[in-house]
Design a protein. Structure first.
Length: 568
Protein backbone atom coordinates (compact mmCIF):
# COMPACT_ATOMS: atom_id res chain seq x y z
CA UNK A 1 0.00 0.00 0.00
CA UNK A 2 3.04 2.28 0.26
CA UNK A 3 3.04 2.75 -3.49
CA UNK A 4 -0.54 3.96 -3.41
CA UNK A 5 0.24 6.54 -0.72
CA UNK A 6 3.23 7.85 -2.66
CA UNK A 7 1.20 8.40 -5.80
CA UNK A 8 -1.68 10.33 -4.30
CA UNK A 9 0.13 13.59 -3.48
CA UNK A 10 1.35 13.71 -7.06
CA UNK A 11 -2.23 13.36 -8.24
CA UNK A 12 -3.30 16.11 -5.87
CA UNK A 13 -0.79 18.48 -7.45
CA UNK A 14 -1.80 17.54 -11.00
CA UNK A 15 -5.39 16.22 -10.78
CA UNK A 16 -5.59 15.66 -14.53
CA UNK A 17 -2.85 12.99 -14.55
CA UNK A 18 -5.12 10.02 -13.67
CA UNK A 19 -7.31 10.89 -16.64
CA UNK A 20 -4.52 10.74 -19.22
CA UNK A 21 -5.31 7.08 -20.07
CA UNK A 22 -8.89 8.11 -20.82
CA UNK A 23 -7.68 10.93 -23.05
CA UNK A 24 -5.43 8.53 -24.92
CA UNK A 25 -8.31 6.09 -25.35
CA UNK A 26 -10.58 8.81 -26.74
CA UNK A 27 -7.88 9.76 -29.26
CA UNK A 28 -7.39 6.10 -30.27
CA UNK A 29 -11.15 5.65 -30.72
CA UNK A 30 -11.37 8.82 -32.82
CA UNK A 31 -8.52 7.61 -35.06
CA UNK A 32 -10.21 4.24 -35.49
CA UNK A 33 -13.51 5.88 -36.41
CA UNK A 34 -11.72 8.10 -38.91
CA UNK A 35 -9.76 5.29 -40.58
CA UNK A 36 -12.58 2.70 -40.34
CA UNK A 37 -10.36 -0.34 -41.07
CA UNK A 38 -12.10 -3.63 -42.02
CA UNK A 39 -11.13 -5.51 -38.85
CA UNK A 40 -11.91 -9.23 -38.98
CA UNK A 41 -13.98 -9.61 -35.82
CA UNK A 42 -15.84 -6.41 -36.66
CA UNK A 43 -17.24 -8.11 -39.78
CA UNK A 44 -19.04 -10.66 -37.61
CA UNK A 45 -20.71 -7.84 -35.69
CA UNK A 46 -21.58 -5.98 -38.90
CA UNK A 47 -23.19 -9.09 -40.37
CA UNK A 48 -25.36 -9.59 -37.31
CA UNK A 49 -26.16 -5.88 -37.21
CA UNK A 50 -27.41 -6.13 -40.79
CA UNK A 51 -29.38 -9.27 -39.95
CA UNK A 52 -31.05 -7.57 -37.00
CA UNK A 53 -32.02 -4.64 -39.20
CA UNK A 54 -33.62 -7.20 -41.54
CA UNK A 55 -35.85 -8.49 -38.78
CA UNK A 56 -33.69 -11.32 -37.43
CA UNK A 57 -34.04 -11.81 -33.68
CA UNK A 58 -31.92 -13.88 -31.33
CA UNK A 59 -33.41 -17.26 -32.21
CA UNK A 60 -32.69 -18.03 -35.89
CA UNK A 61 -30.88 -16.54 -38.88
CA UNK A 62 -31.09 -18.37 -42.24
CA UNK A 63 -28.17 -16.68 -44.05
CA UNK A 64 -25.16 -18.32 -42.38
CA UNK A 65 -24.24 -22.03 -42.13
CA UNK A 66 -27.72 -23.11 -43.17
CA UNK A 67 -29.17 -21.42 -40.10
CA UNK A 68 -27.67 -20.26 -36.79
CA UNK A 69 -28.94 -18.68 -33.58
CA UNK A 70 -27.61 -15.10 -33.25
CA UNK A 71 -28.26 -15.29 -29.52
CA UNK A 72 -25.45 -17.82 -29.13
CA UNK A 73 -23.11 -15.03 -30.29
CA UNK A 74 -24.69 -12.31 -28.14
CA UNK A 75 -28.18 -11.72 -26.82
CA UNK A 76 -28.05 -7.92 -26.76
CA UNK A 77 -25.21 -6.68 -28.98
CA UNK A 78 -26.98 -7.15 -32.37
CA UNK A 79 -29.87 -4.98 -31.21
CA UNK A 80 -27.49 -2.38 -29.77
CA UNK A 81 -25.46 -2.24 -32.98
CA UNK A 82 -28.62 -1.85 -35.05
CA UNK A 83 -29.28 1.34 -33.07
CA UNK A 84 -25.82 2.92 -32.95
CA UNK A 85 -23.68 0.92 -35.40
CA UNK A 86 -21.06 -1.74 -34.67
CA UNK A 87 -18.04 0.54 -34.92
CA UNK A 88 -19.68 3.23 -32.79
CA UNK A 89 -20.62 0.71 -30.11
CA UNK A 90 -17.09 -0.71 -30.12
CA UNK A 91 -15.57 2.74 -29.58
CA UNK A 92 -18.15 3.84 -27.00
CA UNK A 93 -17.67 0.68 -24.95
CA UNK A 94 -13.89 1.07 -25.08
CA UNK A 95 -14.07 4.66 -23.88
CA UNK A 96 -16.44 3.66 -21.06
CA UNK A 97 -14.00 1.00 -19.86
CA UNK A 98 -11.19 3.57 -19.82
CA UNK A 99 -13.40 6.14 -18.07
CA UNK A 100 -14.13 3.70 -15.24
CA UNK A 101 -10.52 2.51 -14.99
CA UNK A 102 -9.41 5.27 -12.61
CA UNK A 103 -12.38 5.13 -10.17
CA UNK A 104 -12.16 1.33 -10.04
CA UNK A 105 -8.36 1.32 -9.64
CA UNK A 106 -8.08 3.71 -6.70
CA UNK A 107 -7.87 0.93 -4.10
CA UNK A 108 -5.32 -1.07 -6.10
CA UNK A 109 -1.73 -1.70 -5.07
CA UNK A 110 -0.62 0.16 -8.22
CA UNK A 111 -3.53 2.46 -9.14
CA UNK A 112 -1.77 4.49 -11.82
CA UNK A 113 -0.27 1.48 -13.57
CA UNK A 114 -3.59 -0.34 -13.36
CA UNK A 115 -5.46 2.60 -14.88
CA UNK A 116 -3.07 2.61 -17.83
CA UNK A 117 -3.23 -1.19 -18.13
CA UNK A 118 -7.04 -1.24 -18.24
CA UNK A 119 -7.12 1.52 -20.86
CA UNK A 120 -4.43 -0.18 -22.97
CA UNK A 121 -6.24 -3.53 -22.80
CA UNK A 122 -9.47 -1.87 -23.93
CA UNK A 123 -7.71 -0.12 -26.83
CA UNK A 124 -5.93 -3.28 -28.02
CA UNK A 125 -9.22 -5.17 -27.92
CA UNK A 126 -10.81 -2.32 -29.89
CA UNK A 127 -8.12 -2.53 -32.57
CA UNK A 128 -9.04 -6.19 -33.07
CA UNK A 129 -12.70 -5.25 -33.57
CA UNK A 130 -14.18 -7.39 -30.77
CA UNK A 131 -17.49 -5.62 -30.28
CA UNK A 132 -19.22 -8.13 -28.02
CA UNK A 133 -16.27 -8.46 -25.64
CA UNK A 134 -15.84 -4.68 -25.44
CA UNK A 135 -19.53 -4.25 -24.67
CA UNK A 136 -19.50 -6.98 -22.05
CA UNK A 137 -16.35 -5.54 -20.46
CA UNK A 138 -17.90 -2.07 -20.27
CA UNK A 139 -21.01 -3.43 -18.57
CA UNK A 140 -18.89 -5.47 -16.15
CA UNK A 141 -16.82 -2.38 -15.30
CA UNK A 142 -20.05 -0.61 -14.38
CA UNK A 143 -20.78 -3.60 -12.16
CA UNK A 144 -17.39 -3.33 -10.43
CA UNK A 145 -18.04 0.37 -9.89
CA UNK A 146 -21.38 -0.48 -8.26
CA UNK A 147 -19.70 -3.06 -6.01
CA UNK A 148 -17.22 -0.42 -4.88
CA UNK A 149 -20.19 1.74 -3.87
CA UNK A 150 -21.61 -1.23 -1.91
CA UNK A 151 -24.52 -1.68 -4.31
CA UNK A 152 -24.29 -5.47 -4.46
CA UNK A 153 -27.56 -6.10 -6.29
CA UNK A 154 -26.75 -3.58 -9.01
CA UNK A 155 -23.24 -4.99 -9.36
CA UNK A 156 -24.49 -8.57 -9.69
CA UNK A 157 -27.10 -7.45 -12.23
CA UNK A 158 -24.38 -5.84 -14.33
CA UNK A 159 -22.34 -9.05 -14.31
CA UNK A 160 -25.42 -10.94 -15.48
CA UNK A 161 -26.04 -8.33 -18.18
CA UNK A 162 -22.41 -8.52 -19.29
CA UNK A 163 -22.96 -12.21 -20.02
CA UNK A 164 -25.84 -11.33 -22.32
CA UNK A 165 -23.31 -9.30 -24.30
CA UNK A 166 -20.42 -11.77 -24.09
CA UNK A 167 -20.46 -14.84 -21.79
CA UNK A 168 -16.66 -14.72 -21.72
CA UNK A 169 -16.75 -11.62 -19.50
CA UNK A 170 -18.59 -13.11 -16.49
CA UNK A 171 -16.66 -16.35 -17.00
CA UNK A 172 -13.42 -14.40 -16.56
CA UNK A 173 -14.91 -12.57 -13.57
CA UNK A 174 -15.79 -15.92 -12.02
CA UNK A 175 -12.19 -17.11 -12.40
CA UNK A 176 -11.07 -14.06 -10.42
CA UNK A 177 -13.72 -14.39 -7.72
CA UNK A 178 -13.45 -18.18 -7.23
CA UNK A 179 -10.34 -18.18 -4.96
CA UNK A 180 -12.01 -15.67 -2.63
CA UNK A 181 -15.17 -17.77 -2.42
CA UNK A 182 -13.11 -20.86 -1.60
CA UNK A 183 -10.96 -19.14 1.05
CA UNK A 184 -12.21 -18.89 4.61
CA UNK A 185 -12.37 -15.36 5.85
CA UNK A 186 -13.02 -13.93 2.38
CA UNK A 187 -16.50 -15.35 1.74
CA UNK A 188 -18.18 -12.04 2.25
CA UNK A 189 -21.68 -11.15 1.16
CA UNK A 190 -20.20 -9.02 -1.60
CA UNK A 191 -18.16 -11.94 -2.92
CA UNK A 192 -21.20 -14.20 -3.02
CA UNK A 193 -23.23 -11.55 -4.85
CA UNK A 194 -20.42 -11.12 -7.37
CA UNK A 195 -19.98 -14.85 -7.84
CA UNK A 196 -23.72 -15.32 -8.27
CA UNK A 197 -23.91 -12.55 -10.86
CA UNK A 198 -20.99 -14.04 -12.79
CA UNK A 199 -22.52 -17.52 -12.64
CA UNK A 200 -25.82 -16.23 -14.01
CA UNK A 201 -23.98 -14.32 -16.73
CA UNK A 202 -22.57 -17.61 -17.96
CA UNK A 203 -25.54 -19.82 -17.12
CA UNK A 204 -28.36 -17.82 -18.71
CA UNK A 205 -26.91 -17.77 -22.27
CA UNK A 206 -26.03 -21.46 -21.93
CA UNK A 207 -29.56 -22.33 -20.78
CA UNK A 208 -31.08 -20.40 -23.68
CA UNK A 209 -28.82 -21.57 -26.51
CA UNK A 210 -26.63 -24.41 -25.27
CA UNK A 211 -22.92 -24.85 -25.89
CA UNK A 212 -21.45 -23.78 -29.25
CA UNK A 213 -19.15 -25.87 -31.39
CA UNK A 214 -15.40 -26.03 -30.77
CA UNK A 215 -13.15 -23.00 -31.10
CA UNK A 216 -9.65 -23.62 -32.53
CA UNK A 217 -6.89 -23.59 -29.92
CA UNK A 218 -3.37 -23.67 -31.45
CA UNK A 219 -0.56 -25.06 -29.32
CA UNK A 220 1.39 -21.84 -29.85
CA UNK A 221 -1.38 -19.88 -28.13
CA UNK A 222 -1.47 -22.41 -25.28
CA UNK A 223 2.29 -22.02 -24.81
CA UNK A 224 2.00 -18.23 -24.66
CA UNK A 225 -0.78 -18.47 -22.08
CA UNK A 226 1.38 -20.67 -19.87
CA UNK A 227 4.31 -18.24 -20.13
CA UNK A 228 2.05 -15.30 -19.22
CA UNK A 229 0.56 -17.32 -16.37
CA UNK A 230 4.00 -18.17 -14.97
CA UNK A 231 4.84 -14.47 -14.88
CA UNK A 232 1.61 -13.75 -13.01
CA UNK A 233 2.32 -16.53 -10.52
CA UNK A 234 5.77 -15.05 -9.88
CA UNK A 235 4.21 -11.63 -9.30
CA UNK A 236 2.12 -13.01 -6.42
CA UNK A 237 4.23 -15.98 -5.35
CA UNK A 238 3.41 -15.93 -1.63
CA UNK A 239 0.76 -14.51 0.73
CA UNK A 240 2.92 -11.50 1.63
CA UNK A 241 3.42 -10.45 -2.00
CA UNK A 242 -0.20 -9.39 -2.50
CA UNK A 243 -2.80 -7.32 -0.70
CA UNK A 244 -5.14 -10.34 -0.50
CA UNK A 245 -3.85 -13.89 -0.03
CA UNK A 246 -6.44 -15.67 -2.23
CA UNK A 247 -5.44 -13.48 -5.19
CA UNK A 248 -2.26 -15.51 -5.66
CA UNK A 249 -4.38 -18.50 -6.74
CA UNK A 250 -5.99 -16.69 -9.67
CA UNK A 251 -3.06 -17.28 -12.04
CA UNK A 252 -2.65 -20.99 -11.16
CA UNK A 253 -6.38 -21.57 -11.60
CA UNK A 254 -6.28 -19.84 -14.98
CA UNK A 255 -3.37 -22.02 -16.08
CA UNK A 256 -5.30 -25.14 -15.09
CA UNK A 257 -8.30 -23.87 -17.07
CA UNK A 258 -6.05 -23.17 -20.08
CA UNK A 259 -4.68 -26.72 -19.93
CA UNK A 260 -8.09 -28.36 -19.59
CA UNK A 261 -9.52 -26.36 -22.49
CA UNK A 262 -6.50 -27.26 -24.63
CA UNK A 263 -7.11 -30.96 -23.99
CA UNK A 264 -10.91 -30.87 -24.21
CA UNK A 265 -12.32 -28.96 -27.23
CA UNK A 266 -14.92 -26.35 -26.25
CA UNK A 267 -16.48 -23.21 -27.62
CA UNK A 268 -14.00 -21.13 -25.61
CA UNK A 269 -10.73 -22.45 -27.04
CA UNK A 270 -8.28 -19.70 -27.97
CA UNK A 271 -10.78 -17.05 -26.83
CA UNK A 272 -9.34 -17.72 -23.39
CA UNK A 273 -6.41 -15.63 -24.58
CA UNK A 274 -8.34 -12.47 -23.77
CA UNK A 275 -8.09 -13.39 -20.10
CA UNK A 276 -4.32 -13.85 -20.26
CA UNK A 277 -3.65 -10.83 -22.49
CA UNK A 278 -6.07 -8.28 -21.04
CA UNK A 279 -7.45 -9.39 -17.67
CA UNK A 280 -4.68 -11.25 -15.83
CA UNK A 281 -2.12 -8.38 -16.07
CA UNK A 282 -4.73 -6.06 -14.53
CA UNK A 283 -5.38 -8.59 -11.76
CA UNK A 284 -1.67 -8.63 -10.97
CA UNK A 285 -1.43 -4.84 -10.88
CA UNK A 286 -4.43 -4.67 -8.55
CA UNK A 287 -3.10 -7.05 -5.91
CA UNK A 288 0.67 -7.54 -6.33
CA UNK A 289 2.98 -5.61 -3.98
CA UNK A 290 6.09 -6.13 -6.06
CA UNK A 291 7.83 -3.10 -7.52
CA UNK A 292 6.72 -1.63 -10.87
CA UNK A 293 10.04 -2.60 -12.48
CA UNK A 294 9.66 -6.23 -11.44
CA UNK A 295 6.06 -6.29 -12.60
CA UNK A 296 7.00 -4.76 -15.95
CA UNK A 297 9.42 -7.63 -16.50
CA UNK A 298 7.01 -10.34 -15.35
CA UNK A 299 4.10 -9.00 -17.40
CA UNK A 300 6.09 -8.24 -20.56
CA UNK A 301 5.05 -11.48 -22.34
CA UNK A 302 1.39 -10.44 -22.08
CA UNK A 303 2.17 -7.00 -23.48
CA UNK A 304 4.25 -8.41 -26.35
CA UNK A 305 1.63 -10.96 -27.39
CA UNK A 306 -1.27 -8.50 -27.06
CA UNK A 307 0.55 -5.93 -29.20
CA UNK A 308 1.40 -8.60 -31.77
CA UNK A 309 -2.26 -9.61 -32.11
CA UNK A 310 -3.53 -6.05 -32.43
CA UNK A 311 -0.85 -5.04 -34.94
CA UNK A 312 -1.32 -8.25 -36.94
CA UNK A 313 -5.06 -7.60 -37.19
CA UNK A 314 -4.48 -4.04 -38.37
CA UNK A 315 -1.65 -4.73 -40.84
CA UNK A 316 -3.28 -7.71 -42.55
CA UNK A 317 -6.70 -6.12 -43.07
CA UNK A 318 -5.27 -2.85 -44.39
CA UNK A 319 -3.10 -4.57 -47.00
CA UNK A 320 -5.57 -4.35 -49.88
CA UNK A 321 -8.37 -2.33 -51.49
CA UNK A 322 -11.34 -0.96 -49.60
CA UNK A 323 -13.82 -3.83 -48.99
CA UNK A 324 -16.84 -2.17 -50.58
CA UNK A 325 -14.84 -1.60 -53.78
CA UNK A 326 -13.36 -5.11 -53.70
CA UNK A 327 -16.68 -6.91 -53.26
CA UNK A 328 -18.91 -4.67 -55.40
CA UNK A 329 -18.37 -6.50 -58.75
CA UNK A 330 -19.06 -9.86 -57.11
CA UNK A 331 -22.19 -8.75 -55.26
CA UNK A 332 -23.51 -7.02 -58.40
CA UNK A 333 -23.16 -10.24 -60.39
CA UNK A 334 -24.76 -12.26 -57.59
CA UNK A 335 -27.63 -9.76 -57.48
CA UNK A 336 -28.19 -10.40 -61.20
CA UNK A 337 -28.27 -14.15 -60.56
CA UNK A 338 -30.79 -13.63 -57.76
CA UNK A 339 -32.96 -11.51 -60.06
CA UNK A 340 -32.86 -14.29 -62.67
CA UNK A 341 -33.88 -16.84 -60.02
CA UNK A 342 -30.68 -18.86 -60.34
CA UNK A 343 -29.89 -18.81 -56.62
CA UNK A 344 -33.44 -19.57 -55.49
CA UNK A 345 -33.58 -22.48 -53.06
CA UNK A 346 -29.77 -22.62 -52.91
CA UNK A 347 -26.74 -21.09 -51.19
CA UNK A 348 -23.38 -19.67 -52.23
CA UNK A 349 -20.02 -20.85 -50.91
CA UNK A 350 -17.64 -17.92 -50.40
CA UNK A 351 -13.89 -18.47 -50.24
CA UNK A 352 -13.22 -15.11 -48.67
CA UNK A 353 -10.36 -12.64 -48.40
CA UNK A 354 -8.35 -12.03 -45.23
CA UNK A 355 -10.74 -9.41 -43.89
CA UNK A 356 -13.77 -11.73 -43.78
CA UNK A 357 -15.72 -8.73 -45.06
CA UNK A 358 -17.54 -10.97 -47.50
CA UNK A 359 -19.30 -12.69 -44.62
CA UNK A 360 -21.05 -9.36 -44.14
CA UNK A 361 -21.19 -7.77 -47.61
CA UNK A 362 -22.04 -10.86 -49.67
CA UNK A 363 -24.70 -11.98 -47.20
CA UNK A 364 -26.70 -8.91 -48.15
CA UNK A 365 -27.07 -10.46 -51.63
CA UNK A 366 -27.27 -14.22 -51.07
CA UNK A 367 -27.37 -16.75 -48.22
CA UNK A 368 -23.97 -18.27 -47.52
CA UNK A 369 -23.17 -21.92 -46.93
CA UNK A 370 -20.67 -20.79 -44.30
CA UNK A 371 -19.89 -17.51 -42.54
CA UNK A 372 -17.53 -16.01 -39.99
CA UNK A 373 -18.03 -18.06 -36.84
CA UNK A 374 -15.37 -20.62 -36.03
CA UNK A 375 -17.52 -22.66 -33.65
CA UNK A 376 -20.30 -23.23 -36.19
CA UNK A 377 -17.80 -23.89 -38.98
CA UNK A 378 -16.05 -26.64 -37.01
CA UNK A 379 -19.35 -28.13 -35.87
CA UNK A 380 -21.04 -28.30 -39.27
CA UNK A 381 -18.12 -28.50 -41.70
CA UNK A 382 -15.48 -30.89 -40.32
CA UNK A 383 -14.33 -31.80 -43.85
CA UNK A 384 -12.34 -28.55 -43.92
CA UNK A 385 -10.60 -29.21 -40.61
CA UNK A 386 -9.92 -32.94 -40.50
CA UNK A 387 -6.57 -34.03 -41.89
CA UNK A 388 -6.70 -35.30 -45.51
CA UNK A 389 -10.51 -35.19 -45.51
CA UNK A 390 -10.88 -32.66 -48.33
CA UNK A 391 -10.69 -34.02 -51.88
CA UNK A 392 -12.75 -33.79 -55.08
CA UNK A 393 -15.31 -36.38 -53.94
CA UNK A 394 -15.76 -35.11 -50.38
CA UNK A 395 -16.02 -31.54 -51.66
CA UNK A 396 -18.82 -32.49 -54.06
CA UNK A 397 -20.59 -34.25 -51.19
CA UNK A 398 -20.26 -31.12 -49.07
CA UNK A 399 -21.54 -28.82 -51.85
CA UNK A 400 -24.55 -31.08 -52.36
CA UNK A 401 -25.21 -31.46 -48.65
CA UNK A 402 -25.24 -27.67 -48.19
CA UNK A 403 -27.35 -26.95 -51.28
CA UNK A 404 -24.60 -24.84 -52.89
CA UNK A 405 -25.33 -23.57 -56.41
CA UNK A 406 -22.35 -21.19 -56.84
CA UNK A 407 -18.83 -20.96 -55.44
CA UNK A 408 -17.06 -17.58 -55.30
CA UNK A 409 -13.27 -17.74 -54.93
CA UNK A 410 -11.08 -14.78 -53.97
CA UNK A 411 -7.83 -14.30 -55.88
CA UNK A 412 -6.08 -13.99 -52.51
CA UNK A 413 -8.06 -16.28 -50.20
CA UNK A 414 -7.77 -16.30 -46.45
CA UNK A 415 -5.29 -18.81 -45.04
CA UNK A 416 -7.96 -21.10 -43.58
CA UNK A 417 -9.59 -21.57 -47.01
CA UNK A 418 -6.53 -21.88 -49.23
CA UNK A 419 -6.74 -25.67 -49.41
CA UNK A 420 -10.29 -25.37 -50.72
CA UNK A 421 -9.22 -22.73 -53.26
CA UNK A 422 -6.28 -24.87 -54.38
CA UNK A 423 -8.56 -27.87 -54.84
CA UNK A 424 -10.89 -25.82 -57.03
CA UNK A 425 -7.89 -24.53 -58.97
CA UNK A 426 -6.99 -28.07 -60.03
CA UNK A 427 -10.15 -28.15 -62.15
CA UNK A 428 -13.21 -29.96 -60.83
CA UNK A 429 -15.64 -31.45 -63.37
CA UNK A 430 -18.72 -30.36 -61.43
CA UNK A 431 -17.67 -26.67 -61.28
CA UNK A 432 -17.99 -24.39 -64.33
CA UNK A 433 -16.52 -20.88 -64.37
CA UNK A 434 -19.25 -18.38 -65.23
CA UNK A 435 -17.71 -15.03 -64.32
CA UNK A 436 -14.53 -13.49 -63.01
CA UNK A 437 -12.23 -10.47 -62.72
CA UNK A 438 -8.82 -9.80 -61.19
CA UNK A 439 -10.17 -10.34 -57.66
CA UNK A 440 -12.85 -13.02 -57.99
CA UNK A 441 -13.82 -16.15 -59.89
CA UNK A 442 -17.39 -17.44 -59.75
CA UNK A 443 -18.24 -21.09 -60.48
CA UNK A 444 -21.60 -22.75 -61.08
CA UNK A 445 -22.22 -26.14 -59.48
CA UNK A 446 -23.61 -28.79 -61.83
CA UNK A 447 -27.07 -30.05 -60.77
CA UNK A 448 -27.10 -28.43 -57.31
CA UNK A 449 -29.23 -29.98 -54.59
CA UNK A 450 -32.07 -27.71 -53.35
CA UNK A 451 -32.65 -26.59 -49.78
CA UNK A 452 -36.31 -27.63 -49.98
CA UNK A 453 -36.96 -30.60 -52.28
CA UNK A 454 -40.16 -31.62 -54.04
CA UNK A 455 -42.98 -32.26 -53.40
CA UNK A 456 -42.56 -29.32 -51.02
CA UNK A 457 -42.15 -25.94 -52.69
CA UNK A 458 -40.06 -23.05 -51.36
CA UNK A 459 -42.15 -19.93 -51.91
CA UNK A 460 -39.91 -17.27 -50.38
CA UNK A 461 -37.04 -16.85 -47.98
CA UNK A 462 -35.68 -13.93 -45.99
CA UNK A 463 -32.93 -13.73 -43.37
CA UNK A 464 -35.55 -14.37 -40.67
CA UNK A 465 -38.08 -16.79 -42.17
CA UNK A 466 -38.81 -19.33 -44.88
CA UNK A 467 -42.17 -19.89 -46.57
CA UNK A 468 -42.98 -23.40 -47.80
CA UNK A 469 -46.05 -24.80 -49.58
CA UNK A 470 -47.07 -28.33 -48.57
CA UNK A 471 -49.34 -30.19 -51.06
CA UNK A 472 -51.75 -32.94 -50.08
CA UNK A 473 -49.39 -35.71 -51.17
CA UNK A 474 -46.68 -34.43 -48.80
CA UNK A 475 -48.80 -34.80 -45.65
CA UNK A 476 -47.81 -37.46 -43.13
CA UNK A 477 -44.35 -38.28 -44.49
CA UNK A 478 -40.86 -37.09 -43.56
CA UNK A 479 -39.18 -34.41 -45.67
CA UNK A 480 -35.55 -33.33 -45.38
CA UNK A 481 -35.11 -29.55 -45.30
CA UNK A 482 -31.49 -28.43 -45.45
CA UNK A 483 -31.60 -25.95 -42.60
CA UNK A 484 -29.85 -26.44 -39.27
CA UNK A 485 -31.94 -27.72 -36.34
CA UNK A 486 -32.69 -25.34 -33.51
CA UNK A 487 -34.74 -25.61 -30.33
CA UNK A 488 -36.74 -22.50 -31.29
CA UNK A 489 -37.36 -23.38 -34.94
CA UNK A 490 -41.07 -23.74 -35.73
CA UNK A 491 -43.17 -24.32 -38.85
CA UNK A 492 -46.60 -22.72 -38.50
CA UNK A 493 -49.51 -23.07 -40.92
CA UNK A 494 -50.70 -19.76 -42.38
CA UNK A 495 -54.48 -19.76 -41.73
CA UNK A 496 -55.51 -18.19 -45.04
CA UNK A 497 -52.95 -20.17 -47.02
CA UNK A 498 -50.95 -17.06 -47.96
CA UNK A 499 -47.54 -16.00 -46.74
CA UNK A 500 -47.38 -12.87 -44.64
CA UNK A 501 -45.36 -10.01 -46.14
CA UNK A 502 -44.20 -6.60 -45.01
CA UNK A 503 -46.74 -5.04 -47.42
CA UNK A 504 -49.70 -6.98 -46.04
CA UNK A 505 -52.67 -4.92 -44.73
CA UNK A 506 -52.26 -3.76 -41.17
CA UNK A 507 -55.64 -5.15 -40.12
CA UNK A 508 -55.23 -7.98 -37.66
CA UNK A 509 -56.26 -11.47 -38.76
CA UNK A 510 -58.72 -13.49 -36.77
CA UNK A 511 -57.09 -14.88 -33.64
CA UNK A 512 -55.95 -18.50 -33.74
CA UNK A 513 -56.50 -20.36 -30.52
CA UNK A 514 -54.52 -23.42 -31.53
CA UNK A 515 -52.16 -22.77 -34.48
CA UNK A 516 -51.20 -25.76 -36.57
CA UNK A 517 -47.49 -26.52 -36.46
CA UNK A 518 -45.36 -29.14 -38.16
CA UNK A 519 -42.98 -31.50 -36.44
CA UNK A 520 -39.33 -30.49 -36.88
CA UNK A 521 -36.55 -32.79 -35.65
CA UNK A 522 -32.79 -32.95 -36.04
CA UNK A 523 -31.17 -35.55 -38.27
CA UNK A 524 -27.93 -37.31 -37.43
CA UNK A 525 -26.03 -35.03 -39.83
CA UNK A 526 -27.43 -31.79 -38.38
CA UNK A 527 -30.21 -31.01 -40.82
CA UNK A 528 -33.94 -30.74 -40.19
CA UNK A 529 -36.57 -33.39 -40.89
CA UNK A 530 -40.13 -32.08 -41.17
CA UNK A 531 -43.48 -33.83 -41.05
CA UNK A 532 -46.71 -31.97 -41.79
CA UNK A 533 -50.15 -33.19 -40.73
CA UNK A 534 -52.08 -30.67 -42.83
CA UNK A 535 -51.50 -29.26 -46.32
CA UNK A 536 -51.08 -25.54 -46.87
CA UNK A 537 -48.55 -22.77 -46.59
CA UNK A 538 -46.14 -22.83 -43.64
CA UNK A 539 -43.86 -20.16 -42.21
CA UNK A 540 -40.62 -21.59 -40.80
CA UNK A 541 -38.91 -19.22 -38.36
CA UNK A 542 -37.31 -18.99 -34.96
CA UNK A 543 -39.89 -18.40 -32.23
CA UNK A 544 -38.66 -17.93 -28.68
CA UNK A 545 -40.60 -20.09 -26.23
CA UNK A 546 -40.33 -21.60 -22.78
CA UNK A 547 -40.95 -25.01 -24.33
CA UNK A 548 -37.92 -24.51 -26.53
CA UNK A 549 -35.77 -23.94 -23.45
CA UNK A 550 -37.11 -26.84 -21.42
CA UNK A 551 -37.71 -29.48 -24.07
CA UNK A 552 -34.71 -30.95 -25.92
CA UNK A 553 -34.84 -31.49 -29.67
CA UNK A 554 -36.55 -34.77 -30.46
CA UNK A 555 -35.00 -37.32 -32.78
CA UNK A 556 -38.33 -38.52 -34.16
CA UNK A 557 -41.73 -37.15 -35.12
CA UNK A 558 -43.49 -40.36 -34.08
CA UNK A 559 -44.52 -39.04 -30.67
CA UNK A 560 -45.07 -35.44 -31.73
CA UNK A 561 -47.83 -35.70 -34.32
CA UNK A 562 -51.15 -34.48 -32.93
CA UNK A 563 -54.25 -36.62 -33.01
CA UNK A 564 -56.45 -36.05 -36.10
CA UNK A 565 -58.82 -33.15 -35.55
CA UNK A 566 -61.98 -32.02 -37.22
CA UNK A 567 -61.65 -29.46 -39.98
CA UNK A 568 -62.21 -26.02 -38.55
Amino acid sequence: MTTTLRERPRHAAWPWIPWLPLAGTVIAAAVLLLLDPPMRDLQAALARESAHRSGVGVTYWFDWFGGVAPGSYSLIVPSLTSWVGSMNLLCLATVLVAALAYPVSRSAAHPTLLTWAVALAAVLNMFSGRVTFATGAAIAMVGVWWFRRRRRGAGAAMLLLSGLASPLVPAFAGMIILPFVLARGYRTTTMWWAFGGAALGVGVPYALFGAPGSQPYPWTSFLWYLIIGIGAVAAMDNPTSSTAAPARWIAPISMVVATVLFIIPTGVGSNLGRFFLFVLPCVVLYWSLKSPKVLALLLSPALVYALFYALYDQVTVNDGPEPTTLYAPLTEHLDDLVTDGRVDNHRVELIDTGTHAGSYLVTESVPLARGWENQSDMLYNPVFFEKDALDADSYLDWLSDNAVAYVAVAAEPILQQRREAELIGTGLPYLTEVWGNDDWTLYRVTDPVPIVAEPLRLVATTPSEMTVDVPDEAVGTDHLIRIRPNRYLTATLVPDGKAATSTSPTTSPAPIVDPVTACLVATDDNWTMARFDEPGRYIISGQFSVEGILEPLSGSCADQLPEPTETR
